[in-house]
Design a protein around this ligand. Structure first.
Ligand code: URA
Length: 210
């Protein structure tokens, strides 16, 4: 991928996202829509995966059939909302290796602090897709990618549902080599770091918490 930011403007993605934004959409529908959108975003983010060929035999004759080159992909969820995006991608790429990064924001310093980190082996040989639905300030995403790079990953892509201009700028500054795929780029962040117009707290809406 060469572009730093790709907005997936497919009508199905846009329609489903509008349903997700509505404040009265139920937890069940929100989760289902996120799963459906994640399949479409995953289709886009994997569009440029390198192919090689493998000799196979159809019932009629041998052929060199295209197959994805290299080691199995790594999917890394930024806890906890990332898990809502992960489920759908795993339907599309069921053999992917899976990792998790947990970060919380220190109330004093406001800096992200790691509380969980478990990622697949041989990240240096895998395309790594990092998922988090909301790219807001970009601080936790940038910090998670710092950790993922330190664990060896070199070819990283970031997938989110909604991005704020502040988050895109932060990621571009911290990780210009990491392309971002999103369903929409919203207007701005509010004073509490929420994306506006946004959809509220993605984790709460996915898991039905408050
Ligand atoms: N995280 C969310 O869940 N929502 C936002 O709007 C911003 C960050």
């Amino acid at each position: 991928m060469t572009q730093h930011l790709t907005i997936v403007d497919h009508p199905l993605v846009q329609h489903k996202l509008s349903l997700m934004r509505e404040k009265d959409t139920s937890t069940k529908s929100f989760r289902q829509l996120l799963r459906e959108i994640s399949l479409l975003l995953a289709y886009e983010i994997t569009r440029t995966l390198p192919l090689t060929t493998r000799r196979i035999e159809t019932p009629l004759q041998p052929m060199d059939a295209p197959v994805i080159e290299g080691k199995k992909l790594a999917l890394i969820s930024i806890l906890r909302a990332g898990n809502g995006l992960m489920d759908g991608i795993l339907e599309l790429i069921p053999a992917a290796r899976v990792g998790f990064v947990g970060l919380y924001r220190d109330p004093q310093t406001l800096q992200p602090v790691q509380y969980y980190f478990k990622v697949p082996s041989a990240l240096e040989d895998r395309l790594t897709i990092v998922v988090d639905p909301m790219l807001a300030t970009g601080n936790s995403s940038a910090a998670a990618i710092d950790l993922i790079k330190a664990a060896g990953a070199r070819d990283i892509r970031f997938m989110c549902l909604l991005a704020a201009p502040e988050g895109v700028a932060r990621m571009k500054e911290a990780h210009p080599d990491v392309p971002i795929v999103t369903a929409a780029l919203d207007e701005r962040l509010d004073d509490h770091g929420y994306i506006v117009p946004g959809l509220g707290d993605a984790g709460d809406r996915i898991f039905g918490t408050k």
